[in-house]
Design a protein around this ligand. Structure first.
Ligand code: ZN
Length: 211
């Protein structure tokens, strides 16, 4: 289960050259830098998700992206089996702010919590964020992202990943009666000893009691 939140993942946009000077304070800053280094190599696989910001003229701009199965493989996210999501970005630059709205629409296949067979999950999500330049990377405020002056672009791969992944409900199961019941009952028996699987087992009981 992917539980990484949007704020956690956006830290990858920290600029390597422009490290804040205060990282002896532990914590967030140091954490962000480590996080950035961990993912900076991975970002190389996401060059298609760059949005050029510097030198962008004032006015409306648009960009399209595709989030496919390969995208989630590169994200090393085993919870998405396949994906076909189209993303349209509407960007308005005005007064040195970049007002970005991402419209994400499409389909994922994810494993059912109850029987592990693939199930369809429809994605229809929107994410709005205002991007500004500043001295240091800062994603502390909701829907506001400050990126350092030295970044000429923003890589939106992690923003898109989070936007799409957060549409997946914590508990996702096939509609009533559509589960692979043989597999579900095997899993139920297998899991009945382990409390970590209590949620899944409870799911089967719920379905059976509703039938
Ligand atoms: Zn199922």
């Amino acid at each position: 289960m992917v539980s990484a939140g949007r704020t956690e993942l956006k830290k990858v946009s920290i600029d390597r050259e422009k490290r804040p000077l205060d990282f002896c304070f532990f914590d967030w800053t140091e954490f962000k830098i480590r996080f950035f280094h961990k993912f900076s190599k991975k970002l190389g696989k996401f060059t298609a998700y760059k949005v050029q910001l510097a030198q962008l003229p004032d006015g409306k701009h648009e960009q399209d992206f595709v989030i496919d199965t390969e995208f989630f493989k590169n994200m090393e996210n085993p919870d998405v089996l396949s994906a076909d999501v189209k993303v349209h970005l509407d960007l308005v630059k005005k007064n040195d702010t970049y007002d970005c709205t991402f419209h994400c629409k499409g389909m994922l296949q994810i494993p059912c919590d109850r029987c592990l067979d693939p199930m369809d999950h429809e994605v229809d999500a929107e994410y709005h964020v205002i991007v500004k330049y500043g001295d240091n990377y800062d994603d502390g405020a909701d829907n506001l992202l400050v990126i350092p002056y030295s970044s000429s672009y923003l890589n939106v791969a992690y923003i898109l990943n989070d936007t799409v992944v957060l549409t997946i409900p914590l508990r996702h199961v096939h509609p009533m009666g559509k589960c692979n019941r043989a597999m579900a009952s095997v899993l139920s028996r297998h899991r009945s000893g382990g409390e970590e699987f209590e949620e899944v087992e409870t799911g089967i009981e719920e379905e059976e009691s509703d039938d």
